[in-house]
Ligand binder design. Structure first.
Ligand SMILES: [Zn+2]
Length: 284
């Protein structure tokens, strides 16, 4: 994108090396395409600035770089692997995506609060996020999450009943995880490949059960954002490139605010620190 922008400005300021006469004809249509691409980018940014203002954001969100051409290799975070993690090729548990891009990923769990305003806000601002759904909280309103899916959000597995999985047998864990795969397929048309264990608690049985029904990744999180504060996993109490941020579908019953208030708090820190929000699936 930067290279294109540089090319465009190089064309418009009349400086630099002039193309050889024979090249002029070939380059003209390409230059026009670049002009219109740059115009589109400017328009998209202006729309985003207007949306940010409408939704009361302190600053316009930064735009994430394009999805990486080559996906990063994702392994279990050190200390987060289970016995025979590699030998059994179990889904890795990780908190950060290996990338040098200044991006973070927003993941939203459970599904209790179904705030229509939140759906509009995220579409308007074009902030990507990924949802991890637990059936006992979403089953009273599947259509809300279908709307979310239709707006481009990936819906992932967060089990049937949100139990403490390490306290269950392999068969019980398999029921919790694989049972949710079937619900997701029936209600949303797709079996997810991404699963998050409730509370971030798991053992080897969890990952074996998850793998047995098509799960490839088990991301947890490096930061958690609430409506009124942040919590950090690392000692430096800060964001890092590729960090996965957790929050929840919660509203005024649990929080001193609504989901849009949480988004404003999230975006304030992310933008102030120079990060953009990227799509998790672009890196998996
Ligand atoms: Zn949860």
């Amino acid at each position: 994108m930067l290279a294109l922008a540089a090319l465009v400005s190089g064309c418009s300021d009349g400086e630099g090396v002039r193309p050889a006469p024979g090249q002029q004809v070939l380059k003209a249509p390409q230059a026009r395409a670049l002009y219109s691409y740059a115009a589109k980018l400017r328009l998209a940014q202006a729309r985003r600035a207007a949306a940010a203002k409408r939704w009361g954001l302190a600053r316009t969100p930064l735009t994430a770089p394009p999805a990486p051409a080559r996906k990063p290799v994702i392994r279990a975070r050190d200390g987060f692997e289970v016995d025979e993690q590699e030998e059994l090729d179990l889904p890795p548990v990780f908190t950060t995506i290996p990338t040098k891009n200044k991006v973070v990923f927003l993941t939203i769990d459970d599904g209790e609060e179904k705030d229509p305003k939140f759906l509009r806000m995220m579409s308007d601002l074009k902030i990507p996020y990924t949802a991890f759904l637990s059936n006992y909280l979403v089953k009273d309103d599947y259509p809300y999450f279908r709307k979310m899916r239709d707006r481009g959000v990936t819906l992932n597995n967060h089990t049937l009943h949100h139990l403490y999985l390490p306290g269950l047998s392999y068969a019980e864990q398999r029921h919790e995880i694989c049972g949710m795969q079937s619900v997701m397929k029936k209600q949303f048309g797709k079996r997810p490949t991404v699963f998050r264990p409730p509370y971030g608690n798991y053992n080897q049985d969890t990952l074996r059960a998850a793998k047995s029904c098509g799960i490839k990744y088990a991301p947890i999180w490096d930061e958690e954002v609430f409506v009124d504060h942040w919590e950090y996993r690392e000692d430096d109490q800060d964001l890092h490139p590729g960090d996965i941020v957790l929050t929840h579908f919660r509203g005024r019953n649990d929080w001193k605010g609504a989901m849009p208030d949480m988004v404003r708090r999230f975006m304030k820190k992310v933008t102030d620190e120079g990060y953009a929000v990227a799509r998790l699936e672009d890196y998996l």
